[in-house]
Design a protein around this ligand. Sequence first.
Ligand SMILES: Cc1cc2nc3c(=O)[nH]c(=O)nc-3n(C[C@H](O)[C@H](O)[C@H](O)COP(=O)(O)OP(=O)(O)OC[C@H]3O[C@@H](n4cnc5c(N)ncnc54)[C@H](O)[C@@H]3O)c2cc1C
Ligand SMILES: *[C@@H]1O[C@H](CO)[C@@H](O)[C@H](O)[C@H]1NC(C)=O
Ligand SMILES: *[C@@H]1O[C@H](CO)[C@@H](O)[C@H](O)[C@H]1NC(C)=O
Length: 422
Amino acid sequence: MAENVLIRIAVIGGGVAGATVANALFQLGNMDVFMYESASEFSERGAAVGLAGQAQLALQQAIPLAQELLRKAGAVPMNSSHLLLGSGPAAGTVIVDLEDDGSCEVIVHRASLLRELLAPFPQERLHASKKLIDITVMEDESLEIRFEDGTSDRFDAVVGADGIFSSVRNHVLGDAAAEHVPTPAGFWDCRVLVPFDKASSTLGKKHFEVDRQYGWIGDGAFIMHDILENRTTIQCIISGVEKDPPKNRKRPLTREFLTDILGTWLDGPIAKGAIDLVLDQPDPQGYSQWEHKSTPTYANGRVCIVGDAAHATSPWQGAGAGQAFEDAVVLGTLLGKITRPQDIGAAFKAFDTVRRPRCQRIIDSSRDTGEVLCGVKKAVALDPGKLLGALVDRWTFILTFDLEEHKREALEKMEEFKMSLE
Ligand SMILES: Cc1cc2nc3c(=O)[nH]c(=O)nc-3n(C[C@H](O)[C@H](O)[C@H](O)COP(=O)(O)OP(=O)(O)OC[C@H]3O[C@@H](n4cnc5c(N)ncnc54)[C@H](O)[C@@H]3O)c2cc1C
Ligand SMILES: *[C@@H]1O[C@H](CO)[C@@H](O)[C@H](O)[C@H]1NC(C)=O
Ligand SMILES: *[C@@H]1O[C@H](CO)[C@@H](O)[C@H](O)[C@H]1NC(C)=O
């Protein structure tokens, strides 16, 4: 009898989403999990991610040793978060002052986070230099995946965690893929990591007396800084609205460009220091923020997409990684109840049904938040009272989400789909 049959599942992409999903599925015991990464090493470039309480809760459910993992990754709890005006005569005015509400957001270096997310997964199941190029659905509904190096393998299910320009997404969307490619969200940013002492002397020591995240709202732009790597490193971000997105998604940053963008900021408390930090890097670049404006489905038969492959968002609500963790929790909940490959389609369809509205709402809300934080939302502009009104409840639907109810709903949907797919 095929009672305890292991389901062979391939996770494509070894970023934050792939690593979290692979761990969550591996722990289930009924899944034979393999992870494939196109790069020669598993590594995360880029700066930091902020993980709010909700994201940590989801990570904890996906990987039980999450708190220990975050400690090893050097995550720094932000005791408070201030949003202030950064440009104009009222620069320095605090708009929103969030003291820690007990859920304590942490800031963590992306490379350190990924290193710790990969650590618990069995090393012999991590395969680097494996770029997926094609998925073929076989007659028995199993999947043959082919890699660029000419090798191929057979699986019962495939999870695409291969990032914003996902190949698995193209398979899942089929003919609709071309209409749902990532597009510019309307903003650019640059992010630098700087030693603590250098950042505090350049930006002002008074901003580093407590572990606080600062977001500076102003004319056409937004500047942010926070603390990571066990308080040894500062992340500083300059971002702004983008009128002409460059085709290759990046632009070299010069002092002329930045002083032009931040012209009305230069007499204020933060812009000069932030410009100095950004330009004091080899080859500083500004990157366009891209997003998936809409996605018709996250699942097709026994293939599904998670993380940025499914729902890449602009970063204005700091919620992308948290959504990848929630994906892992829901997928784990569903696949944990599967006893035969024939039910994978129902599980993935249930995943799509519950996850897509939530992630889409975050994508849309995040883009809108960018407009507010860059002072270009028409009805709000840079009026402190209106900014407070526009910002105060923005994060509530993300942070006070009922993950237990979400999982229950997913299981219920799976049962419905199982019956209709019989
Ligand atoms: C600038 C920026 C700032 C952000 N800030 C925050 C924040 O503060 N808080 C937050 O929660 N989120 C934030 N996010 C979002 C968050 O970083 C992502 O949502 C999260 O990292 C999930 O990424 P991923 O693993 O889905 O994709 P990726 O990190 O892109 O990983 C995809 C992996 O798949 C591999 N791959 C690609 N194609 C193939 C293939 N064909 N075969 C095999 N492997 C392949 C890639 O090499 C890569 O390793 C930010 C994102 C950006 C861009
Ligand atoms: C942070 O400190 C912890 C001990 O508290 C240590 O285990 C970890 O390696 C450090 N991480 C970083 C990235 O500095
Ligand atoms: C952060 O908050 C904790 C608990 O309230 C406090 O003990 C600690 O000193 C604070 N740290 C900083 C750097 O603000």
